[in-house]
Design a protein. Structure first.
Length: 351
């Protein structure tokens, strides 16, 4: 590893130790405001791109007629409202997934709702789809300057009954359609009551068929993917594979956060005090890889997969790609590894 990379890693480790003493959600917005300020200054913007963007034909991936400059994306949940796509584009990501976006704005769950587990390199969150709504996100995307590939992760409002959930997904789809390059249907977050019930075969097939019908009405359709939970059984994964083929969906994002707490190094008392929420980070790595491998093998590699879950290094990314993924996404790894994560993974993959 070059000396400057070692120095940068040490510096981020020191900064992180300070930031980790402050509420996680407050730190998130504080850091993003600083990054936005840096982006607004021309020379700083150029320095960010020079420091973090890696370009090479060997990194390019083509899926759904879209050429991704590299396979490392930023997962949904980090930039829920499309407020930071421009500054984040300077950190070397091949694509950014915004959301989860709901039709109407909602505050999400009570705070605190984001917790770090440093001993496990993990996070627990129960954010609850806090966002400004689909119209606000679409307006922000219209004004963006950087032409990075954008995914739109859509969900239902908390107070929308499951029987009317499809209406919410259709509204989000219509509102964001002109501003995103692909869609992800999120029915797998553990933080919206009843949402995961939409993963059942009947309601999910209906939902996806309705979205595909809307998609076919457009002059040019957009790829639609399904984001699934890591906690599904093999039988449920078989159903998912069936549904993807039946509805002619374009792919899967595997996986969302887990409700499991097994094998954690963090003391059980501390984990219990944190309470409900989805666990992400290193503890989710193995299960996410197993889900990806299962889907790839049982679909004969016919379903494109975006991998998410426990990706911190190039070795983690390669594990997911070898298991059958075409692209990868980071979130918790970004928090722990710092702004150089996409660059480091890309350089590792080039080797």
């Amino acid at each position: 590893m070059p000396v400057r990379c070692i120095f940068a890693a040490i510096m981020y480790s020191l900064i992180r130790s300070i930031l980790f003493n402050v509420d996680a959600e407050k730190v998130h917005y504080w850091v993003m405001k600083r990054l936005t300020t840096a982006y607004s200054i021309g020379p700083m913007r150029s320095m960010l791109k020079a420091a973090f963007v890696v370009k090479s034909p060997s990194l390019e991936r083509k899926l759904w007629g879209i050429t991704f400059p590299n396979p490392v994306g930023l997962a949904a949940g980090f930039d829920k409202d499309a407020k930071y796509t421009d500054p984040l584009a300077c950190l070397g990501f091949g694509f950014i997934e915004i959301g989860t976006v709901t039709p109407r704005s909602q505050a999400g769950n009570p705070k605190p709702r984001l917790f770090r587990l440093p001993a496990d390199q993990a996070l627990i969150n129960r954010m609850g789809f806090n966002n400004d709504g689909a119209t606000a996100a679409a307006e922000r995307l219209k004004k963006r300057k950087e032409r990075i590939i954008i995914g739109g992760n859509i969900g239902k409002n908390k107070d929308t009954p499951n029987e009317q959930a499809t209406d919410d997904y259709e509204k989000g789809f219509q509102e964001l359609f002109d501003q995103v390059d692909y869609f992800v249907v999120n029915v797998s977050s553990p933080n919206t009551p009843g949402l995961r019930a939409l993963q059942d075969k009947g309601p999910l097939t209906e939902l996806l068929n309705r979205l595909q019908a809307l998609n076919r009405q457009k002059p040019k359709s957009k790829p639609i993917l399904l984001k699934i939970a890591p906690d599904l059984t093999n039988e449920q994964l078989d159903d998912i594979i069936d549904i993807i083929k039946t509805t002619k969906l374009d792919g899967i994002v595997a996986t969302n956060t887990t409700i499991s707490r097994s094998g954690l190094k963090t003391p059980e008392k501390e984990v219990t005090e944190i309470g409900a929420g989805g666990l992400s980070g290193a503890p989710a790595r193995e299960r996410a890889t197993n889900v990806i491998r299962y889907i790839s093998q049982h679909s004969n590699g016919s379903i494109p997969i975006i991998a998410s879950g426990g990706i911190f290094t190039a070795a983690d990314a390669k594990e997911k790609l070898d298991a059958g993924a075409s692209l990868v996404q980071v979130y918790t790894g970004f928090i722990y590894e710092g702004p150089g994560i996409a660059k480091n993974i890309c350089k590792g993959l080039m080797k």
